[in-house]
Design a binder for this molecule. Structure first.
Ligand code: OOB
Length: 522
């Protein structure tokens, strides 16, 4: 299938022989008892039998619209039944969902549709003031399918037909496309094959001890790898538990759901964990069902990790993962010290990690270096990005993560920083270059440089440094955000802070020194 950089034959044979890769497909993950509760979302309560039937009928409806194996479909839905049903239906017919986040706007969605040559766009009707249908009217796709008030488009509920036997995808096909956090001007797409993603979610579910009794509360966007497959929604389905969808991680929405559904597990980013640590002191919901809080997406301070068990009455697990593949988890039986201080160790015995210096040479044990990795569920190339791939992978196929880590003798990794030009705003990733390109389009801006500023809650916030054109007038922060909004840039990418500069500090080779710029803020 077009778009997937294959693993070399030798590794393919090894991953099959060692049992990482099977023929199981993403469309077959519903393995719960037919009568057991699979999904709770709003007023919906679906058993495994219900969900299976909905997915089968929706799959037939998608085929009737003309969608086929190998097609790409941009999916942008919040945490709703529609998201789960659409995802299962698409992977069953072998049409790969391109998983956009609800926060994305025209700039991101148009680009994703164009890059993936998507046949269809599946969206919600609105998100507060924002109308996805208005955006849909401008997109180069054959079909627009809307969950909710569809106006002139196809209502998701009407994508429904008598189930048919469709040609199954190959395990080596791209099952889903995830979005990269991005370090370049434009976001990248990550093809996740059926076999690598099935391994990702099954091995994760096994490591986290998921079973029929698991009640997993989703507070992160369901379209994010962490909530979807680490072990996430799909890991729960594969082991027969129950998924409960919450609209967000706000304590007043999440806590009542934990109490009502007796949730046992939840995955959060550090700002949500901090919010919960605070909120438990005044909330009176019963959180005693909670057994495990997975925290990842950005670094959790050791001190805060240590507070979680007593405050929330559950175990904490650190997860250092990436949409590109590699997942590191602290183990449920790791000593406390490792759980608090480290970001876990690789999920799979098939994961190969190297920690290297600037020349690509392995550092001495315990030294900080860049993390490189390859393995049975780590991509070998971004979709349709040959030039970028040449830089992002070593000649022997290791993915350059851009993360600076230290490896302990136990194999546990401590994330010490980042080499990539990206801001990690509470788990939301912002490519500095992407934002800089938008800022450069402002008529008063001569040059722009975006850096992360340390923040006690978000980990980092975004600061834009601007050099203003001769005779131009510097925009205020509010005006700049309006400007980015009209350009259709997702709000989480908007800068939190604005500084003007007469010139940018340079490195010896003449590049803008972001380190020196960030130092100006201290
Ligand atoms: C997860 O995936 P992405 O693709 O949004 O972001 C990956 C990047 C990593 O390369 C690293 O820079 C950062 O996010 N990161 C962490 C971290 N977890 C992710 N940095 C420090 N500590 C952590 N625990 O963020 C993601 C994917 C699957 C599971 C969990 C997180």
């Amino acid at each position: 299938m077009d778009g997937v950089t294959p693993w070399p034959a030798g590794l393919e044979a090894r991953y099959k022989a060692e049992g990482y890769w099977t023929d199981r497909l993403l469309g077959d993950v519903l393995r719960g008892d037919p009568a057991a509760l699979a999904l709770v979302a709003g007023d919906d309560r679906l058993t495994y039998a219900d969900l299976d039937a909905r997915a089968a009928r929706t799959a037939a409806g998608l085929l009737a619209l003309g969608l086929r194996r190998g097609d790409r479909v941009v999916v942008q839905l919040p945490n709703t039944t529609g998201f789960v049903v659409a995802l299962l239906a698409l992977v069953r017919i072998g049409a790969a969902p391109v998983l956009a986040l609800p926060a994305h706007r025209e700039s991101e969605i148009r680009y994703l549709c164009e890059l993936s040559e998507a046949r269809a766009y599946i969206c919600a009707d609105r998100d507060g003031d924002f109308d996805y249908r208005e955006l849909a009217r401008t997109l180069p796709v054959d079909h627009v399918i809307v969950e909710g008030e569809a106006e002139e488009f196809v209502p998701l509920a009407s994508v429904d037909a008598e189930p048919v036997v469709a040609p199954a995808p190959e395990p080596s096909d791209a099952g889903v496309f995830l979005l990269s956090g991005g370090t370049t001007g434009l976001p990248k797409l990550i093809p996740r094959t059926h076999r690598d993603y099935v391994y990702n979610l099954e091995a994760s579910a096994d490591l986290c001890g998921f079973d029929r009794g698991t009640v997993y509360l989703v507070v992160l966007p369901a379209a994010h790898n962490f909530a979807l497959a680490c072990p996430g929604i799909l890991g729960v389905f594969a082991t027969g538990g129950t998924v409960v969808l919450a609209p967000s991680g706000a304590p007043d929405e999440a806590f009542p759901l934990i109490e009502r559904e007796r949730a046992t597990v939840c995955a959060v980013v550090p700002p949500i964990a901090l919010l919960w640590l605070d909120a438990v002191t005044w909330s009176d919901e019963d959180l005693s069902s909670l057994e495990l809080l997975q925290v990842g997406g950005a670094k959790l301070a050791a001190g805060r990790a240590a507070e979680i068990p007593d405050a929330l009455g559950c175990q904490v697990q650190q997860v250092f993962g990436m949409a590109e593949g590699l997942l590191n988890y602290t183990r449920l039986d790791d000593p406390r010290d490792l759980v608090e201080r480290t970001q876990g160790r690789p999920l799979s015995p098939g994961d190969e990690v190297r920690v290297v210096d600037e020349d690509g040479k392995q550092v001495s044990p315990g030294e900080v270096g860049e993390l490189l990795t390859r393995g049975p569920y780590t991509l070998r190339g971004y979709y349709r990005a040959p030039e970028h791939n040449a830089r992002s992978f070593t000649p022997d196929g290791f993915y350059r993560t851009g993360d600076l880590v230290r490896e302990l003798p136990s194999g546990h990794l401590i994330v010490e920083g980042r080499e990539k030009d990206q801001i990690n705003r509470g788990g939301d990733k912002i490519s500095a270059e992407e934002l800089e390109n938008h800022l450069l389009a402002h008529p008063a801006v001569h040059d722009a440089a975006v850096v992360g500023v340390p923040d006690p809650v978000m980990g980092e916030r975004t600061c834009a440094f601007l050099i203003i054109r001769e005779g131009g007038e510097a925009p205020g922060l509010r005006e700049l955000k309006d400007f980015l909004r009209t350009r259709g840039v997702a709000a989480y990418k908007h800068p939190d802070r604005l500084e003007t500069a007469a010139a940018f500090p340079r490195t010896p080779v003449g590049k803008i020194s972001k380190k020196a710029l960030a130092a100006r803020l201290r």
